[in-house]
Design a protein around this ligand. Sequence first.
Ligand code: SAM
Length: 213
Amino acid sequence: MRLRHKPWALDYLQENDHIAKLQPEQLKGKWAEEFGNDHPIHIEVGTGKGQFIANMAKNNPNVNYIGIEHFDNVVVSAVEKAIELGTPSNLRLIRGNAEKLEEMFDKGEVALVYLNFSDPWPKARHEKRRLTFKTFLTRYRNVMPDGGEIHFKTDNRGLFEYSLVSMTNYGMQLLDVSLDLHEDDVPDNVMTEYEEKFSEKGHPIYRLEAKYE
Ligand code: SAM
């Protein structure tokens, strides 16, 4: 992702703190209070410029959505997207690193985790950074109830194959696997920025749903 330097990014996020959360650990265990209801909470880890999470929030008012993104500049774009879509009241954006997920949420507070077009980190020495590496799978498990699910999309075949193996080795059950999502014609599919970009180039989009025991 190209990062434009935005020296005003932090000020902008602070001005929009009804959407952007800079200290998410203060909301651990209190997200239902933050949203003002008990609707299930779905998170997207590595949300980028927010097209997916903001549209999901707009389309599904009975689910609460939280996008997590670690770059200020990119969270700014996600806030702008949320505002463009009418600032859905069921959407929040966390500026933070998913390595600290357990400091942001209590066990069982998150109902579902979305991973979309996660950075592939192809070098073996960067395996730990992949969002489907076993330590991340443990973090997701620790914030969901038993039987929680991950829904993952990517155009990167290497990362997809790695993730199938990583999740299976972790003891997760694969519920659904598609090797060409757009060919399968899933009616409610909400496209991410990367999904639009890569499918326009003719790349197949891989998708899986996996469940913890
Ligand atoms: N999900 C978006 C999409 O599909 O268009 C963005 C995909 S982009 C390739 C991956 C994003 O994940 C980047 O914006 C990156 O900053 C973010 N990211 C990667 N690792 C992260 C982490 N550990 N915590 C938070 N964000 C992360």
